[in-house]
Design a protein around this ligand. Structure first.
Ligand SMILES: Cc1cc2nc3c(=O)[nH]c(=O)nc-3n(C[C@H](O)[C@H](O)[C@H](O)COP(=O)(O)OP(=O)(O)OC[C@H]3O[C@@H](n4cnc5c(N)ncnc54)[C@H](O)[C@@H]3O)c2cc1C
Length: 298
């Protein structure tokens, strides 16, 4: 006897999985007042992430709930897919992880600058992928960070996401303008410039290609702080699956007949620090294809 294991209370695109014993045997759907049931040997959920679901974001991914980031999402990233999977026992993974970014480059010359926090300390290799830089920036005191570039290297960012703060003739004026201790900022600049001059970064191992001393004033700074820079984000958590997209329970057993792929599953794209462009799309298409092939073989 088939049982509907999720209810139809979702406001948009309502759906429910139908089970027979432990196996998923179809989908019940609703479109406005119409409803229907599709029996299937396998169901592949591919309904997007959950950044558009305020309750789920507040509960699982508070980093995206500050109201200071805009959601990088389609209209239906409402977590329906994750909730459907969970309704039949599917486990979620990496729910607290988020992609958050406010890229300050291009132009690439800005990568030669140095990024400091409110204590005047560097905390990341500035040539990192932008979501990695952003993830570290958001961990700094007051989620504040500044990109400093000298007069030889300064240019306007191609995308106006990290606002220009000001320019200063001296390091003392810059420290004052940024509210950073002069001693701390001077020491950081000196150390960075000394090593950059010989193509080295013993602290964060920035590539020599992007190491150039920032010692020709005046200096300018761009604001990478949350609430000043325009950060965008999406969720990375989702249903736990096998390499074939089969949805797993918390004990890692597989739910027969149920698959998930794309942003509603948690695969390679797991956190902002390890993210690279295309990872979500690549992950979705690769594991989506595997899920489809495996499901068709049932
Ligand atoms: C502006 C922007 C830029 C991005 N840039 C990149 C990038 O450069 N590289 C990268 O890798 N990723 C990027 N992403 C993320 C990437 O687009 C997503 O990770 C990817 O689209 C997820 O694919 P998906 O098929 O899992 O989900 P989606 O593309 O969200 O597709 C899910 C589909 O399910 C449908 N759906 C949901 N609920 C229901 C329902 N109840 N009934 C019927 N249909 C439903 C939705 O309408 C949608 O068509 C970007 C996203 C945005 C918004």
């Amino acid at each position: 006897m088939a049982e509907t294991s999720a209810d139809l209370r979702y406001e948009t695109g309502a759906a429910a999985l139908v089970t027979d014993g432990d196996a998923v045997v179809g989908v019940q759907w609703r479109r406005f007042k119409e409803t229907g049931f599709i029996r299937a040997k396998a169901v592949v959920i591919a309904a997007g992430g959950f950044v558009g679901n305020a309750d789920m974001v507040a509960e699982h991914t508070p980093a995206l709930a500050s109201g200071k980031l805009f959601p990088l999402a389609s209209t239906y990233d409402d977590g329906l897919g994750l909730r459907l999977g969970a309704s039949v026992g599917g486990a979620w993974k990496f729910m607290d992880e988020a992609f958050q970014t406010a890229p300050f480059y291009p132009p690439s010359v800005l990568l030669t600058g140095l990024i400091v926090n409110k204590n005047g300390e560097r905390f990341v290799a500035e040539d990192s992928y932008h979501s990695r830089t952003s993830a570290f920036a958001l961990e700094q005191p007051d989620a504040s960070a500044y990109l400093i570039v000298d007069s030889e290297h300064i240019e306007h960012p191609s995308f106006p996401l990290c606002p220009f703060i000001d320019g200063w003739e001296t390091v003392e004026e810059m420290a004052d303008g940024l509210g950073i201790s002069v001693d701390a900022l001077s020491a950081t600049l000196e150390r960075y410039n000394k090593h950059a001059a010989v193509g080295e970064d013993p602290d964060f191992h920035k590539a020599p290609e992007w190491l150039e001393p920032q010692d020709r004033g005046p200096w300018g700074a761009f604001d990478l702080s949350l609430g000043k820079a325009l950060y965008a984000g999406f969720t990375m958590g989702g249903l736990s699956t096998t390499v074939n997209g089969e949805v797993r329970r918390a004990d890692r057993s597989v739910i027969a007949g149920l698959y998930a792929a794309g942003a509603c599953a948690a695969n390679i794209a797991q956190d902002a620090k390890g993210y690279a462009s295309g990872l979500q799309l690549g992950d979705g298409s690769y594991f989506g294809r595997r899920a489809g092939r495996h499901a068709a073989g049932r």
